[in-house]
Design a protein around this ligand. Sequence first.
Ligand SMILES: C[S@@+](CC[C@H](N)C(=O)[O-])C[C@H]1O[C@@H](n2cnc3c(N)ncnc32)[C@H](O)[C@@H]1O
Length: 207
Amino acid sequence: MPHERFEKGAQNWDENQGRVMMAKNIASAICKMVPISPEWEALDYGCGTGLVTLSIEPEVRRITGMDSSPAMLGKIREKVRELGLNNVDTVLADLEKDETPKMQVDLITSSMTLHHIADIPSLLKKLHAMLRPGGYIALADLDTEDGTFHADNSGVQHFGLDREWLKAEMAKAGFKDCGDATAYVAERDTPNGRKNFPVFLVWGRKG
Ligand SMILES: C[S@@+](CC[C@H](N)C(=O)[O-])C[C@H]1O[C@@H](n2cnc3c(N)ncnc32)[C@H](O)[C@@H]1O
């Protein structure tokens, strides 16, 4: 079952300039930290409306946007049609429940999706299996926060993540040369006043 917040929010998702700015910065950090080749095939897991997917698209040969929300996938497809792109695929999938897809890619990205996934170690194993040897993973999400980033925490499984914990779990899943950087700092009004929420990028390579 896709989360209701995404089904309802997809239509007007991109009207929030904060989200657009965050995705732009995350995509730039990915392009800076990962030696992307124009020959690569990529997967963006939890692609939403494709804010990151479509920023990575010009850098790779093909990219798949994967998401558990039909409404989000409807939005990315609409954009792909409008832009006349023929190298973007979309797949409806929830790797928390579904078998690991048979596809193999050179790069997996995921932006602001991990905090919605209860069992991250198990997801990392599935993503590892979907990468070709030598392929890269790049994951962006909130650093550990106090639960005030979202006005409504329904569907939120983690109040951000500890990047050191995540890198240790990535290593257990088989990723090598894991690193991290701060990709963006989101500023938001919270019940406790205006606050900064750093967003990390962690990356690793399948040995
Ligand atoms: C906060 S949005 C981020 C969208 C996009 N990556 C971005 O940065 O703009 C999280 C996305 O993850 C998707 N999602 C949540 N849980 C998921 C799951 N278990 N499997 C696949 N997608 C999931 C949601 O449908 C939503 O599109």
